[in-house]
Design a binder for this molecule. Structure first.
Ligand SMILES: [Zn+2]
Length: 349
């Protein structure tokens, strides 16, 4: 029996894969790929590389498995834990939230926050910088925290749970990029054309510099590389559609330019081809240009002597918060578009 996109996203969102230690999500992906008949291997960095089919055209679809996180830097003598940020975290989201510390056993902690009653007027107005924050696990001393396995380097992830909102909106942590991982798993369930060898790759260390995409694309050397990731959706009071014209529920994006052109720039020919495939298969889609963000595609495009590379985005609100929001219909439309691209690619010239 196949699992729905929603249930896959629920499970994947609540797993933990801090950047650099993605094993929990990797094992989940590996199990599903094997069930779908893929040959799977894990490389030195931890990328999951799943392969199926024997056709002449090699297509690689990548989605990163890691999530933004933090890491323990020191423990105060009273047992409070100081931390560094790993990945793009805005300090304003940190105070008062629940986190998971990845000691041998997972430990629940909270990031402490000074009650506003005790703040001076200028403190209330100012952003609380992360250097002043700390994690509280209930330990009363440094020794007590160490006894529970806390030491510098132990990673920390957010602990929010998956939930459903109105309509087909859902909320949870790490939809960046478990949403892309769900699409990989849905794609694994479909038939592969006989002239294609399909590589589905769960990549590591995207959030700190697109590392896994580089090494895995080098190993696979595909004829066509596609990165799946979330992309910035607009339409909230703070992000008007004039600034970000991408809507949740209006289909995947063809992400033409990343990081203001310092990252991926898709060729006109490839963009037109993908648009044509979407239209022919009646799949809703949008076009995206991102000023700052980059995905695995920005790395894959300059692997070896350069790879034909596309970036497909799943619109999301509140990216890099503990509560990211997407529309489930976008997941299914993204999976449909990917299936169509895999089917049509042998005819791309
Ligand atoms: Zn991200």
């Amino acid at each position: 029996m196949t699992v729905s996109s929603k249930d896959l996203l629920r499970q994947l969102s609540e797993l933990q894969a801090p950047t650099g230690d993605e094993a929990e999500v990797a094992s989940f992906m590996e199990k599903h790929f094997e069930t779908a008949g893929f040959a799977v291997k894990r490389d030195m960095l931890g990328n999951v590389i799943a392969r199926k089919g024997n056709g002449e055209k090699k297509i690689m679809v990548a989605a990163h498995m890691d999530e933004i996180c933090m890491a323990v830097t020191s423990i105060t003598k009273d047992g409070f834990i100081k931390f560094a940020k790993i990945g793009g975290i805005y300090d304003g989201i940190l105070g008062g939230v629940r986190v998971t510390l990845h000691a041998k056993q997972k430990i629940l902690g909270i990031i402490g926050m000074k009650p506003p009653h005790l703040m001076k007027e200028e403190e209330v107005k100012r952003l609380q910088e992360y250097e002043a924050l700390f994690v509280d696990i209930g330990a009363k001393s440094k020794q007590e925290a160490e006894k529970r396995g806390i030491r510098p380097g132990i990673q920390i992830t957010f602990a929010s749970k998956f939930a459903e909102l109105d309509g087909d909106f859902v909320v949870g942590k790490a939809f960046d990029n478990r949403a892309g991982c769900v699409v990989l798993l849905k794609l694994a369930e479909t038939d592969i054309p006989k002239d294609v060898t399909l590589f589905l790759v769960g990549t590591v260390r995207e959030e700190t510099g697109l590392w896994g995409a580089g090494t895995s694309a080098f190993a696979v050397e595909p004829d066509f590389a596609i990165a799946l990731d979330v992309c910035l959706g607009g339409g909230t009071p703070d992000v008007p559609e004039d600034n970000v014209p991408i809507k949740l529920g209006a289909g995947p994006t063809i992400s033409v330019i990343e990081a203001g052109g310092r990252g991926l720039i898709m060729s006109r020919k490839l963009v037109d081809w993908i648009e044509g495939v979407a239209r022919k298969n009646k799949i809703a889609h949008q076009f995206e240009v991102s000023d700052k963000g980059a995905t695995d595609a920005s790395r894959m495009q300059y692997v070896r002597s350069g790879l034909l590379t596309a970036s497909i985005g799943i619109p999301s609100h509140y990216i890099h918060s503990q509560n990211e929001v997407i529309a489930l219909s976008d997941l299914d439309n993204t999976a449909k578009l990917l299936k169509a691209l895999v089917n049509e690619f042998p005819k791309y010239k």
